[in-house]
Design a protein around this ligand. Structure first.
Ligand code: ADP
Ligand code: ADP
Ligand code: MG
Length: 457
């Protein structure tokens, strides 16, 4: 097992990784920007090193400074968390070149799956169902027209380098195709520095259902069941749950086998997620693989009892997976609400400042992954997610009631949060009945905001 691991991240995921390290007897080295000197991940680690100023490009994305910190501290490995450098193949190559272990797949696999058009091609080659669409990248508007004539409208134009729901445009008719293609390409160049676009048929209001997989360096690959992440705002997840109430056992089993096959198709190692869209007839289609630990991993941990981050550290250090497929049993229902520092009343605009009063939820089967404390500064420089409440019940309804109770006892004062908005969703009939798809939040937004206002007034 590793002796010392550098965590190239901040916030709740850095703390999550520190916890796993401590339980395994590994020393944790945190890195931080000058804006983050008072953050908990700095206090909780065995060592902490400042890697630059507030702007991510100067610190959490500053490869040179992170590598220097890891080398000067004699770290054996680097855990990237999610976001930042976690899916940056060039960073991984440098980590590997310096003889350290990157806790994740190889740089080759990251660049292959990070190009979503290439990932699609690989899946098609391996008979894994994908949404009908282009073979690889679509370079010109003429090509786009040809593909749309073939597959029919509506379509989704997507950035090959895309992530976080950006660089995507829905198109419903030939008239709009050229404008939307150009818009999506411009957004992709601005966000990802890469304007490669591909096209998929737009599945109408699908479910987003994904499978957690993990593989060791001996080729053992298992899945840990599914998560339903259909509650999304602008293609970004807000509530996640495991398992999905929509899937029957037969479909779940089929999808699990396909997810393992997809991971094996790219010789995957470590934890990853295979994402699918599922239509109302339960046809499922691969959309992408995320080659890292995911924000919503705790719901899987709650229903399987497997500590995914410890398992990541185990397999990265060359140990075998501690479980076989037959050991994975799903027990109960888990739900996660992402808590963001944002103002739902003002189009969810991010809110920065100081948390001047804070109280975390607790109780049986209630988990709070966060970095908050009384007096915690919330910086405008980083992602607005400040924590996640995760609960488990023996039924989905019990989990929903527990989540309502957990939110009722949570206090985060001094900044705006989406707690009230999440609370409102938990009382919505369609949500409670499991009657939702990825269109849920946009369809119901005004009505949910109205109800939230009534409760808060
Ligand atoms: P998923 O939910 O599937 O893991 P997301 O795209 O929602 O995928 O999560 C990754 C996103 O989290 C990144 O795009 C980034 O905006 C954000 N992020 C990165 N680092 C952090 C962090 N330390 N704390 C909170 N959010 C972060
Ligand atoms: P990102 O890399 O930004 O996470 P994804 O390819 O995972 O991009 O897509 C993000 C979300 O967009 C999905 O969760 C789903 O809601 C929606 N989406 C993606 N592809 C399709 C599609 N072909 N049809 C309908 N919805 C889709
Ligand atoms: Mg995705």
């Amino acid at each position: 097992m590793f002796k010392r691991v550098l965590i190239a991240n901040r916030g709740e995921i850095a703390i999550r990784i520190i916890r796993a390290c401590r339980e395994l007897g590994i020393e944790a080295v945190s890195v931080y920007s000058t804006a983050d000197k008072d953050q908990l991940h700095v206090k909780l680690a065995d060592y902490a090193i400042c890697i630059g100023s507030a702007k991510s490009s100067d610190s959490y994305l500053n490869t040179d400074n992170i590598i220097s910190a890891a080398l000067s501290m004699n770290c054996d490995a680097i855990h990237p968390g999610y976001g930042f450098l976690s899916e940056n193949a060039d960073f991984v190559k440098i980590v590997e070149a310096y003889g350290m272990k990157f806790i994740g797949p190889s740089s080759e696999v990251i660049s292959l799956m990070g190009d979503k058009a290439k990932a699609r091609e690989l899946m098609i080659k391996n008979n894994i169902p994908t949404v009908p669409g282009s073979d690889g990248v679509v370079n010109t508007i003429e090509e786009a027209v040809e593909i749309c004539e073939k597959i029919g409208f509506p379509v989704l134009i997507k950035a090959a380098a895309g992530g976080g729901g950006r660089g995507m445009r829905r198109v419903f008719s030939m008239e709009d195709l050229s404008t939307e293609y150009t818009n999506a390409k411009t957004e992709a160049i601005n966000c990802f520095g890469n304007g490669d676009m591909y096209i998929e048929k737009l599945v109408i209001n699908p479910k987003h259902i994904e499978f957690q997989i993990i593989a060791d360096s001996f080729g053992n690959t298992i899945h840990l069941g599914d998560r339903d992440c259909s509650i999304q705002r602008r293609n970004q997840k807000m509530i996640e749950e495991a398992p999905s109430v929509f899937l029957d056992d037969a479909t779940r089993e089929k999808m699990g086998l396909v997810a393992v096959k997809a991971a094996k198709a790219c010789n995957y190692e470590n934890a990853g997620t295979i994402e699918f869209v599922v239509d109302e007839n339960k046809n499922f289609y691969f959309i992408e693989m995320n080659t890292r630990i995911q924000v919503e991993h705790p719901v899987t941990e709650m229903v399987t009892g497997v500590d995914l981050v410890k398992e990541q550290l185990r397999v990265a250090s060359g140990l075998h997976l501690s479980k076989e497929q037959k050991d994975i049993k799903l027990d109960g229902y888990a739900i996660e609400c992402r808590i963001n520092a944002e103002n739902p009343m003002e189009n969810f605009s991010p809110s920065a400042g100081t948390v001047d009063f804070f109280y975390a939820p607790g109780g049986m089967n209630t988990r709070f992954d966060s970095f908050l404390y009384n007096g915690c500064p919330i910086s405008p420089f980083y992602d607005s997610m400040i924590g996640k409440i995760i609960v488990k019940g023996s039924t989905r309804l019990e989990a929903i009631k527990k989540m309502r109770r957990a939110i009722e006892e949570t206090f985060i004062e001094g900044i705006n949060t989406n707690l009230g908005f999440q609370y409102t969703i938990l009382f919505d009939k369609d949500f409670v009945r499991g009657n939702f798809n990825t269109g849920y939040l946009s369809d119901k937004m005004n009505c949910l905001l109205d109800r939230m206002r009534l409760v808060e007034d």
